[in-house]
Design a protein around this ligand. Structure first.
Ligand code: NAP
Ligand code: MG
Length: 452
């Protein structure tokens, strides 16, 4: 089986990628199992050096990786370069881990007690199509650093940058079999990661629906799992905020990557007395978003990733949709979708509860702090969010009250490799990135040695 990759900005066929079948996955697991044992035995400084060489190889290939993401995923070139550099940064950051895999020495009677962080073995990483290479790196970099082997299954639609990363790993001298990229179907390669007994952990990023299936499947082997799932995040704007700045930045907090971002602030909640003024300020900001050819440096938003996804997003904008205003998008070939602002009158409107994963945002009013928190938390998701106010105490109260893993005040912070990232509630399980991510790829072992 194979899949022909389509450029979403032009609808042109790019290249055909051969899919790995079940036997191929099993062969890769066997190779990875062997490579992992040798990797874990290496001295920590040598493992660190190998990861730094991998980071250097990515650094030398930033432009190629970025161009692949422009053509395969439709990401604007400026964004795609950031993503490739981010992969390098994540590798560099976790290259420090092998020499800092500290255990604890715990005071006990009669001897010495200490803990070790042991690698799990082979880890399977399953990625979605929205940020193919960055999300892959969040899994493979700390997993390798902690002494594991990694099998990576990219999304069927967007495998090219991941395949390139697999080549770079080998070219940089990482042992054969230690990091393998296995393009293929979720129902074949992804499911085999869940059922294969030698794969000790699955890291999954994607829809909540598939994440639940993976968690249930992993339960049969008590297999470790990290899940990064959907979101319906809120951008909460109080009347005392810098409304000009809040409105000018709000489009980029939801329309970046054409809204195909699990952190998209797809609900803008505005204190009622500032609601009309905020919408007045938001309209020119939305109309000013530069949507177009992703190969141009000036482009801020590209197309949606595929025809199938275009149809899914379009289903939210039927003739009854409460459209307030829209930005612009190119006509003709490509899966283009203009930024769209909705003003639903019901808080239960579909656009307020479902993850659209496209450039569509709903703006609704709230009354006071308690109402803002109730509305914000009235979702099964809890991934990110923003809070706009000049009142420091209120910022703290709201930040502590929102049931979500990643918040920013008077800003819309994107992901940083050195801070933890992950979701509350049905947005996920576990945390990626930051100083502790490698621990999620280890088991703690306790050893006691008597003093007599
Ligand atoms: P998806 O359908 O859940 O797919 C994600 C990955 O899982 C793909 O590689 C897919 O393979 C694979 N897969 C599908 N069915 C599987 C199964 N039964 N067993 C194992 N693997 C399987 O999600 P998507 O459509 O790619 O991405 C959009 C969703 O991802 C959104 O809901 C979004 O919020 C979420 N997301 C969350 C985060 C986060 O960090 N929290 C980040 C990005 C995206 P195929 O390509 O073959 O289908
Ligand atoms: Mg899917």
């Amino acid at each position: 089986m194979s899949y022909t990759v389509i450029n979403p900005a032009t609808e042109e066929a790019m290249e055909t990628v051969e899919h790995v079948d079940l036997e191929g996955v099993d062969a890769a697991v066997a190779l990875a199992t062997k490579a992992q044992k040798e990797w874990a035995r290496l001295n920590p400084a040598d493992r660190a050096a190998a990861l730094r060489r991998f980071a250097d190889a990515v650094d030398g290939d930033v432009e190629t990786l970025a161009q692949l993401e422009v053509r395969n995923s439709g990401h604007p070139i400026g964004q795609a370069r950031w993503e490739a550099e981010h992969v390098r940064n994540v590798l560099e950051y976790y290259a420090a881990t092998p020499e800092r895999m500290f255990g604890k020495q715990i005071p006990v009677a009669g001897g010495i007690d200490m803990t070790f962080q042991e690698p799990l073995g082979v880890v399977g990483v399953i990625t979605p199509w929205n940020f193919p290479m960055t999300i892959a790196a969040w899994g493979f970099a700390p997993a390798l650093a902690a002494g594991n082997a990694v099998l990576l299954k990219p999304a069927e639609w967007t495998p090219l940058s991941s395949i390139r990363l697999g080549q770079l790993a080998l070219e940089s001298g990482l042992p054969e079999g230690l990091f393998q990229v296995l393009p293929g179907k979720g129902s074949i390669v992804g499911e085999r990661f869940v059922t294969h007994e030698s794969i000790r952990k699955v890291v999954f990023t994607g829809s909540t629906e598939v994440g639940k299936k993976i968690m249930a499947g992993c339960a049969h082997q008590v297999k470790r799992v990290t899940l990064e799932l959907g979101g319906k995040s809120a951008n909460i704007v109080f009347a005392d905020a810098d409304l000009e700045k809040a409105a000018a930045t709000a489009p980029y907090a939801v329309f970046e990557n054409a809204g195909q971002d699990c952190c998209a602030r797809s609900r803008i909640l505005v204190e009622r007395k500032a609601y009309d003024r905020f919408l007045e300020l938001l309209e020119p900001a939305v109309k000013g978003v530069k949507v177009g050819d992703p190969t141009l440096e000036s482009t801020e938003m590209g197309p949606l990733v595929s025809k199938g996804h275009f149809d899914s997003v379009s289903s939210f904008i039927d003739s009854d949709a409460p459209v307030a205003f829209r930005g612009s998008a190119p006509e003709g070939d490509g899966f283009w979708f203009a930024p769209t602002v909705l003003t639903p009158t019901s808080r239960k409107h579909r656009s307020m509860t479902e993850e659209i994963f496209g450039p569509v945002v709903s703006v609704v009013p709230f009354d006071d702090e308690a109402d803002a928190l109730e509305l914000t938390n009235s979702t099964e998701y809890g991934l990110s969010g923003s809070i706009w106010t000049r009142d420091v105490g209120r910022a703290i109260r709201i930040a502590r009250g929102v049931e979500s893993g990643n918040l920013s005040v008077n800003s819309h912070s994107s992901v940083r490799y050195n801070t933890p990232f992950g979701g509350f509630k049905q947005s996920g399980l576990g945390r990626e990135l930051g100083p502790d991510a490698h621990l999620a790829f280890t088991e703690t072992k306790n050893v006691f040695i008597p003093a007599d």
